[in-house]
Ligand binder design. Structure first.
Ligand code: BG6
Length: 488
């Protein structure tokens, strides 16, 4: 098996399975097109779409051009005309072994000599294992003529057992180092910046621990409801859809130890160590809820018990975080779309200022706004001018839009695809991390389904900040949820 390094500068063919679907048109091709415009694609990059629909190259390119025009802010006809010839279409069925053999011949005929290949499974999850098997049977995972890497979309299993089964099926054909499990939150600029904030500065890390941090809140709130995705969502729910992947990834970045290098395994070792240190989460430290009206959405069961909102409290049993509560929440149909990580620091040990009656200091908070209005806020206390005993908390703010005025924030897929093209897996999930994430989340899902004394599913009004039970979860330790990015 040649190592990726030896074959790094070879041309690449990207094969997208499920190429006529929404993900390809909405995310993958616009992201590849942006990388092309920025001259970041390896030379001679070809993109082959594989799907069942009857399309020729011209119709496929037109379909994708419409997508880029809709979803890209930088579409222009001249760039598109240079980019489009790289796109070709191959009609095939994901379940038919013969179609993979034909694809192999087609690729060999179009590639000039040794070429790396990136296979992208933009398909329904039930095709992940069969597609890998067919690729293996057709000899398409063999790395003698360049690396053969496979990108797998979420959901990666629907519980621990199915994730393990899927890993085993993929490992029958692909080595772990060839597998790129995508979590688009890791491609977001603001998520990548967490490690820069922590480890490219000296002022934060000394206070990033149990001696100074009181608690941490991670919120990923969406104002959209389930929309037309009821069929998928009703079988998943928020714990599978958001917690097992995105929220635990954000938590890992915020809480992990510094890696020895930015090498993919060095980073992922630290993330897995962090997940392993999380104490099993008791059911009474979790809240699940459904917004009123969810059951009337298309393809949702009339008596659905699927949570569209969840909140939980967890503890990390290591030297850095022992005893510090981490609160995580996410839901649909909430008051605003906002993703934020807020580090709440402890109050000063002694208050020598003789504050006006009933006043106390607001503890310092560092808030990382993942989206929208990406930025960082530091809240601190200041003396109100021309007063003696008045204090007010003020905000020191950094907004990407102010400091990087010429930069359009790239879509997460842009970075992730580029890294995959360079065979850099540091922003992709590894099998042990996936397993550990399921070990933590699975008991919350299955315990709720089977345990007789589990609290019933709570309700919340669409457009609110979730059920009152989520507030009570924090109130037990004297905490309250923040409102949106920067606390506004
Ligand atoms: C996806 C979930 O992974 O993330 C969706 O399946 C969710 O349900 C989406 O809406 C949120 O992503 P973003 O980037 O809009 O925060």
């Amino acid at each position: 098996m040649p190592t990726a390094a030896k074959t790094q500068n070879q041309p690449v063919t990207i094969v997208i399975f499920g190429a006529s679907g929404d993900l390809t048109r909405r995310k993958l091709i616009p992201s590849l097109y942006h990388n092309f415009q920025k001259k970041r694609l390896p030379p001679e990059t070809k993109i082959v779409g594989f799907a069942r629909r009857n399309l020729d190259n011209a119709a496929f390119r037109k379909h994708l051009r419409d997508g880029v025009m809709t979803f890209s802010k930088t579409f222009n006809q001249t760039d598109w005309d240079t980019f489009a010839p790289r796109l070709t279409y191959f009609k095939g069925d994901l379940d038919t072994a013969e179609d993979y053999r034909h694809l192999r011949e087609y690729l060999r005929a179009t590639e000039n000599g040794p070429t790396n290949r990136l296979y992208y499974l933009a398909t329904a999850p039930r095709f992940y294992a069969p597609a890998a098997r067919h690729l293996g049977a057709a000899g398409m995972a063999d790395q003698t003529r360049g690396w053969r890497n496979l990108i797998v979309e979420k959901p990666f299993g629907r519980d621990l057992a199915s994730a393990q089964k899927l890993n085993q099926a993929l490992h029958q054909v692909f080595h772990e180092s060839q597998l790129y499990r995508i979590d688009h939150y890791l491609g977001k600029e603001t998520a990548q910046n967490i490690l820069f904030l922590r480890f490219a500065n000296t002022i934060f890390e000394p206070v990033w621990n149990r001696r100074y941090v009181d608690h941490v809140q991670i919120t990923v709130a969406e104002n959209v409801d389930v929309g037309h995705r009821g069929g998928y969502y009703d079988t998943a729910g928020v714990l599978r859809d958001m917690f097992q992947n995105h929220l635990l990834q954000l938590l890992s970045l915020i809480a992990m130890e510094p890696p020895a290098s930015l090498d993919a395994d060095a980073v992922r070792n630290e993330k897995v160590k962090l997940l392993q240190a999380i104490r099993p989460i008791p059911l009474n430290d979790t809240v699940r809820a459904q917004y009123n009206g969810y059951r009337a959405a298309p393809d949702v069961a009339e008596d659905s018990q699927t949570p569209t909102y969840a909140a939980l409290k967890l503890f990390i049993d290591n030297w850095r975080w022992k005893g510090v509560p981490f609160y995580l929440r996410s839901g649909k149909a909430l008051a605003a779309k906002t993703s934020e990580i807020a580090i709440h620091f402890q109050s000063p040990p002694d208050i020598m200022f003789n504050l006006s009656q009933d006043k106390c200091f607001t503890p310092n908070t560092l808030s990382i706004c993942i989206q929208p209005d990406e930025g960082i806020h530091l809240k601190f206390e200041t003396k109100v001018p021309d007063s003696v005993r008045e204090s007010r908390s003020v905000d020191m703010e950094f907004h990407y839009s102010d400091s990087f005025t010429d930069t359009v924030m790239p879509d997460a897929y842009e970075r992730l695809l580029l890294d995959a093209l360079k065979a850099d897996a540091s922003l992709f999930a590894r099998s042990d991390g996936i397993r550990r994430a399921w070990e933590l989340i699975d008991p919350i899902i299955s315990g709720r389904e089977t345990s007789a004394d589990a609290p019933p599913l709570a309700q919340y009004a669409p457009g609110s900040w979730g059920p009152s039970e989520a507030g009570e979860l924090l109130a037990r330790m004297g905490h309250t949820w923040r409102l949106g990015c920067g606390g506004h």
